[in-house]
Design a protein around this ligand. Sequence first.
Ligand SMILES: *[C@@H]1O[C@H](CO)[C@@H](O)[C@H](O)[C@H]1NC(C)=O
Ligand SMILES: *[C@@H]1O[C@H](CO)[C@@H](O)[C@H](O)[C@H]1NC(C)=O
Length: 203
Amino acid sequence: MKLLSPTLFLPVAAFCAPVTVSSRQAAQIQFTSITTSGPGCPQGSITTDVTADVTAFTLGFDKYQTLVGPGVDGSNREKSCDIFLSLRYPLGCTSAVINTTYHGFAQLDSGVVGTLSVAYILSPGSTTNSPPPAMFPASSWSIGEVYTKRDSVTATENIQNTNQRDVSLTIRTRIMLIVANSTMAGTLSIDDATVAITTAQGC
Ligand SMILES: *[C@@H]1O[C@H](CO)[C@@H](O)[C@H](O)[C@H]1NC(C)=O
Ligand SMILES: *[C@@H]1O[C@H](CO)[C@@H](O)[C@H](O)[C@H]1NC(C)=O
């Protein structure tokens, strides 16, 4: 496992309203809007840092954490956050490779198993198969450690209307703990997610 030091974030905006990012005359695929929703990313718990060319951004999560243990409410066993993105495909651009990196922390008693699953949904269009979930098997995370999960999907637009350039990409993230009995404790978090358009095809 690779250990990474936590990334530093500039707190740019509290995330109740969509962040609208303006693009210059762009010959590249760019993000035009970023919104989040879900129990893992309640209002005010997110920071966002967008690159100057609007082809990548990092979300910092303050409250995206699952917990199990004696006396811990069962509602903390699972958390999710949907990231809703708008992508502008310039004329001729048909597909993009989108690389995503997640960092977080896991500390699990030997009977606790964690999973981090992510689905990537493009509309109108399609993505290559969503990568398999990251598994945090029992007995491997008893000493708390930082983890890194990297995904790469190809997002191919299927725009029918010649005036339309924007497509929606939804990234559904979820972390979950499965515990053998209620005496065991564990925690799994997502602390940040970086989403980057790395390669565009057809433009
Ligand atoms: C919980 O599981 C652990 C490990 O399998 C076991 O040692 C312990 O006795 C179990 N406790 C209960 C209350 O079942
Ligand atoms: C994107 O991810 C793929 C697959 O992991 C990797 O081969 C490629 O180098 C990555 N691109 C960038 C720019 O990081």
